[in-house]
Design a protein around this ligand. Structure first.
Ligand SMILES: Cc1ncc(C[n+]2csc(CCOP(=O)(O)OP(=O)(O)O)c2C)c(N)n1
Ligand SMILES: [Mg+2]
Length: 822
C-alpha cells in the first residue's frame, strides 16, 4: 500500500496542474525504468565532474568548472525540454545537456582538453573553455537547420548573467512566430510559437543588473521563458548575505508574481535534492510557459557544490564544517539514491542497493573509458605532429653546421611525452632562427611544412569571425528621376523601412520610442499602425536587454533591428555586443549565428552625453560586428538593404543631424544597397587625401571647398564602413596620387583615427607613398562641452581643419603656402 503511495504521489505531483488529463498514464514498470535511467544520467554526470577535476589537478587539462550538485534539477528540466526549445544557460548545465542527448561524455572531455576537431568537440571546436555548451543551428554553408526538429542550446558565454538578455529574445521569438506565422513559411523555426526559452543562472549571478533587467522585461513581454536559479548559496566564496538584500531569492522576487489583476511571473520554489518535487515543479512551469506564454521562475534551493566552485581553489577555505556536512547529507545523488531505495522498504522495489552499486561501478568504467579515448584523440594528432617535426629537424640537423644546437632542441622536444602543439612549433621556429645563415634543402622543407601547418592552424583558431556574406551582397546603386524630389533624410529612411517590412516578414524593430511615435526622429513614423505591434514596438529603457532581445530573436531565424536610441547609450549594452553578439559565430566555430542589426544615431550633436562619437572604443570591442557610419540617410537605407541580404550582425550609426537635411529621393527605395567595406571618394583632388566619416564628412567637404580657394587640391574620402574598412585598398590608391594623408573625425585623439591609420599605413602599405607625416585631426580628449561654442572648442571645426591642412601643406611647400600665423 505504502509503495503505491510513493508511486502515486509521484504521478500525482507530475500531473497536479493537468486536471483534464488522466492521472495515471505511466505504469510502475515505466516509472522504474525512468527512475533508473535518470539515476544513471545523474551518476554519470557526477562521475564526469569528479574525473574531470582530477584531469585538471594532474595537469592534463587547464581549468575545470563542473555541474556537480545540480544534477537532479537539470534532469527534471530536461524532461520538459522539447524539440524547438532553446537553452540560454551557464557553466553548470552539463547534466541537462547530457539528459537532452546533446552532449556525450567524450564531447565533454574533448572540450576539457581543448580538442580542436569540431566533430569531436561540436560546441566550439576547442575554442571555448570547459562547460560552455552549444548545439548546431546552421549548416557549413550558413543555412539554417530545422530548429524545430532538434533541441537547441545557444552558445554559452562566461560573464555572469550575460545569458539573461539573450534569453529574452529566444523566448520572444515564439510569441512572434505565433502572432506572425508568415515569418516562418519554411517551418524551420517554430510550431505555433510553442517553444520555450529555458534560462539558467547561479544564485549569486542574480546580483547582476542584467538579471533584474531581463526579469522585468520578460514580465512585460509575457513570453514563454522559464528561468531556473541553481541556488547553492554562494558565488565562489561570497555567501548570499553579501549578494542580495534578502537571502531568499524567491521572496525577493515575489513582487514579480502574477495575480488575478495583473500580469507577472509564476514563481515556483523547490529543493535541489527533491527528485519528485523537481519533476512536479518543471511539469507545472512547462504548462504555464508553453501553452499560455506565462514566464516562470523556478527557484531551486539547497543545491550543493560537492567539489567547490572550480579547480581554482577549494571550498574548505570559506565553508564552515556545518555547511560542508550539510552539503554531504543533502547531496542530490545521495538523496536520489535514498529515495529509490525507499521503495524497497515499502515492499515494491525499483532496484536493490547491490544492483545500484553494480550500476555505479559500470558507469564509472564507462566514463573512464570515454575519458581515456578522448585523451588519445586529443594527444595522438599532436604526437603525430611531433614525429613529423622531428623527422624534418633530424634531416636538417644531419646537414647543418649548427647540428649541436639543433640536437639540444630535438632532445628537449623528444622528452615531452604530452606536448602541446606550441612545443612542437616553437621548437621548429627556434631551429629556423638557428640556421638563419644556412641555405639547405632540408631547411626549405621545414619552412614549407611550417607554412602549411600554420595555414591550417589559422583556420583552426582564427577563422569564422564573420561569415563574409556582407561584403558579397550584389551592389545596386540608387537611381533618381531627372528632377528628383527632395525629402528630409528621415523620410527616406522611413520609406525604406516600410519597403523592408513589406518584403521581409521576419523583420521587426523594437526600442525606446520606436513603436507608437515611430522613433524620436520619426524614421519609423506610421509603421506600427501599418505592420502591427509585434513588428514595430516600444520597449522600456533597458539597452542591455534590447540588445539581448535582438540576439535571441536573431538566433531563432528572425531579422531583428534593435534600436539603441542614441550612440552615447550604447555603452549600456556594449558588454553584450562585445561578449555575446560579436563572438557568436567565432565561439561556436561557425555553428551558430545572430544576424542582428543595431540601429542607432549619433555624431555631432552637443553635450557630454549627446555627441556620440566614441567610435574607437566601440571599434576595438566588437570585432565580428560590422560598424557602419553612413553620412546621410540614403546611405543608411542602403546599408539596411545590404544587411538584410547578408547574415552578419551590424551597428548602423545614423547621423543625428542628418534627419532634417534634404536628400534626393531614389526611385528604387528598398532595393539599392550601400556596399560594406568600401570607401567612397566624394571629391577628387591631387595634393592631399582627407579621410573622414559620418557627420564630419559635411564639414570636411566645406573645408575642402575653402582649401581649394587657398590653392590646395583636396581628395575627400568617406570611410562609411569602419568594420570592415576599405577592403579594396582605395586609400592606398589615393595616397599614391596625393602622397599626403589627413584623417578627420570627432572621436578622441587616438580613437577611430588610430584604427584607420593602422589600416592604411600598415595593412595597405600607405606609409611607403607618404611625403609628409600623416596627421589626425580629432576632437579633444574630454567629452564635448555643451552648445555651439562647446562644440566649436571640443570638436574639429571647419577652421581647425582648414588651418591644419594648410599648415601641413605649408611645411611641405613653404613658398607656395606661406605660414598663416607668422
Ligand atoms: C561578469 C563576471 N564577473 C565575475 C565572473 C567570475 N565568476 C565566475 S563564476 C562566479 C560566481 C557565480 O556564482 P553563482 O552565480 O552563484 O553560480 P555558481 O557558480 O554558484 O553556480 C564569478 C564571480 C564572471 N565570470 N563574470
Ligand atoms: Mg551559487
Amino acid at each position: 500500500m505504502e509503495v503505491t503511495n510513493l508511486f502515486f504521489k509521484f504521478v500525482l505531483q507530475q500531473t497536479k496542474e493537468m486536471e483534464t488529463q488522466e492521472v495515471n498514464k505511466i505504469t510502475f514498470e515505466e516509472f522504474k525504468s525512468q527512475i533508473i535511467s535518470d539515476y544513471r544520467t545523474a551518476f554519470m554526470s557526477r562521475e564526469v565532474s569528479l574525473l574531470s577535476r582530477r584531469e585538471v589537478l594532474t595537469g592534463k587539462a587547464k581549468f575545470g568548472i563542473f555541474g556537480d550538485g545540480k544534477e537532479l534539477p537539470q534532469i527534471a528540466m530536461a524532461k520538459v525540454f522539447k524539440n524547438g526549445d532553446f537553452r540560454s544557460g551557464y557553466y553548470r548545465d552539463q547534466t541537462f545537456m547530457f539528459a537532452i542527448g546533446e552532449l556525450k561524455t567524450s564531447e565533454f572531455f574533448a572540450q576539457l582538453y581543448a580538442l580542436t576537431d569540431i566533430e569531436k568537440e561540436p560546441a566550439s571546436g576547442g575554442r571555448q573553455m570547459t562547460s560552455h555548451f552549444a548545439t548546431r543551428s546552421i549548416n557549413d554553408d550558413g543555412s539554417w537547420r530545422n530548429l524545430t526538429q532538434q533541441k537547441n542550446s545557444s552558445s554559452d558565454i562566461s560573464p555572469t548573467a550575460g545569458q539573461m538578455p539573450r534569453l529574452l529574445g529566444l523566448a520572444q521569438a515564439s510569441k512572434y512566430y505565433r502572432n506572425v506565422p508568415e515569418a516562418d513559411t519554411e517551418n524551420n523555426f517554430s510550431v505555433n510559437g510553442n517553444e520555450i526559452g529555458f534560462g539558467t543562472i547561479g544564485d549569486a549571478s542574480t546580483s547582476e543588473g542584467h538579471f533584474w533587467e531581463a526579469v522585468n522585461a520578460g514580465g512585460v513581454l509575457q513570453i514563454p521563458m522559464i528561468i531556473s536559479i541553481w541556488d547553492d548559496g554562494y558565488g565562489i566564496s561570497v555567501p548570499a548575505k553579501y549578494q542580495r538584500t534578502k537571502s531568499n531569492l524567491s521572496e525577493l522576487l515575489s513582487g514579480f508574481k502574477r495575480n488575478e489583476n495583473e500580469r507577472g511571473y509564476e514563481i515556483i520554489t523547490v529543493k535541489g535534492w527533491d527528485y519528485p518535487g523537481l519533476i512536479d515543479a518543471y511539469s507545472r512551469a512547462e504548462k504555464f510557459a508553453r501553452e499560455h506564454h506565462i514566464p516562470c521562475i523556478v527557484h531551486v534551493q539547497e543545491c550543493t557544490q560537492p567539489q567547490g566552485h572550480s579547480t581554482s581553489g577549494s571550498h574548505e577555505r570559506y565553508k564552515s564544517e556545518d555547511r560542508l556536512t550539510w552539503e554531504k547529507e543533502f547531496d542530490g545523488i545521495t538523496k536520489f539514491r535514498e529515495y529509490i531505495l525507499a521503495f524497497a522498504d515499502h515492499s515494491e522495489e525499483i532496484i536493490s542497493a547491490d544492483e545500484l552499486d553494480e550500476l555505479e561501478t559500470k558507469i564509472k568504467a564507462e566514463v573512464k573509458a570515454a575519458q581515456k579515448q578522448c585523451w588519445e584523440d586529443y594527444l595522438n594528432p599532436i604526437l603525430d605532429l611531433k614525429t613529423q617535426a622531428l623527422n624534418l629537424l633530424e634531416k636538417l640537423s644531419s646537414e647543418s653546421s649548427n647540428a649541436a644546437f639543433i640536437g639540444i632542441e630535438i632532445n628537449n622536444l623528444k622528452a615531452k611525452k604530452s606536448p602541446f602543439k606550441r612545443d612542437v612549433y616553437s621548437t621548429v621556429r627556434k631551429v629556423i632562427r638557428l640556421v638563419r645563415q644556412e641555405n639547405l634543402a632540408s631547411k626549405s622543407a621545414l619552412i614549407s611544412w611550417l607554412d602549411e601547418k600554420f595555414e591550417k592552424e589559422e583556420e583552426t583558431y582564427s577563422s569564422k569571425l564573420v561569415s563574409g556574406t556582407a561584403i558579397k551582397v550584389e551592389q545596386v546603386s540608387p537611381t533618381y528621376d531627372e528632377n528628383p524630389e527632395m525629402e528630409d533624410g528621415r523620410v527616406i529612411v522611413r520609406n525604406n523601412f516600410d519597403k523592408l517590412f513589406e518584403k521581409y516578414p521576419k523583420a521587426l524593430v523594437f526600442g525606446e520610442d520606436a513603436g507608437n511615435i515611430g522613433d524620436v526622429n520619426q524614421g519609423l513614423e506610421g509603421l506600427q499602425a501599418k505592420y502591427g505591434i509585434d513588428r514595430i514596438s516600444d520597449t522600456g529603457i533597458r539597452e542591455a536587454t534590447i540588445l539581448g532581445q535582438g540576439i535571441g530573436l536573431a538566433m531563432r531565424g528572425l531579422r531583428p533591428i534593435a534600436e539603441i536610441q542614441y550612440l552615447d547609450y550604447i555603452l549600456y549594452c556594449l558588454q553584450g555586443i562585445s561578449d555575446d553578439l560579436a563572438t557568436v559565430l567565432y565561439r561556436s566555430c561557425g555553428t551558430q549565428k545572430a544576424p542582428l542589426i543595431i540601429r542607432t544615431r549619433g555624431h555631432r550633436l552637443e553635450g557630454i552625453w549627446h555627441s556620440g562619437s566614441q567610435m574607437g572604443g566601440i571599434l576595438n570591442l566588437v570585432r565580428g560586428v560590422n560598424i557602419l557610419v553612413p553620412r546621410n540617410l540614403t546611405k543608411a537605407a542602403g546599408f539596411y538593404n545590404t544587411l538584410m541580404q547578408a547574415d552578419e550582425p551590424a551597428i548602423v550609426v545614423e547621423s543625428l543631424n542628418g534627419y532634417r537635411l534634404k536628400e534626393p529621393t531614389p526611385t528604387n527605395i528598398g532595393e539599392f544597397t550601400t556596399p560594406i567595406g568600401e570607401v567612397e571618394v566624394t571629391k577628387e583632388g591631387n595634393d592631399i587625401t582627407l579621410l573622414t566619416y559620418g557627420s564630419t564628412w559635411r564639414i570636411v567637404m566645406d573645408a575642402a571647398k575653402e582649401l581649394e580657394q587657398l590653392g590646395i587640391s583636396v581628395e575627400v574620402i568617406d570611410a562609411q564602413s569602419l568594420l570592415p574598412f576599405d577592403i579594396k585598398n582605395d586609400l592606398a590608391k589615393s595616397l599614391a596620387k596625393t602622397n599626403r594623408l589627413v584623417i578627420v573625425d570627432e572621436d578622441v585623439p587616438g580613437g577611430a583615427s588610430a584604427f584607420l591609420l593602422q589600416n592604411i599605413l600598415e595593412n595597405q602599405g600607405g606609409y611607403f607613398t607618404l611625403d609628409s607625416a600623416p596627421l589626425t585631426i580629432t576632437a579633444k580628449a574630454h567629452r564635448p562641452a555643451y552648445a555651439t561654442d562647446g562644440d566649436y572648442f571640443s570638436k574639429p571645426s571647419l577652421d581647425d581643419i582648414v588651418e591644419k591642412v594648410y599648415k601641413l601643406m605649408s611645411e611641405a611647400k613653404p613658398n607656395e603656402f606661406p605660414s598663416l600665423f607668422e
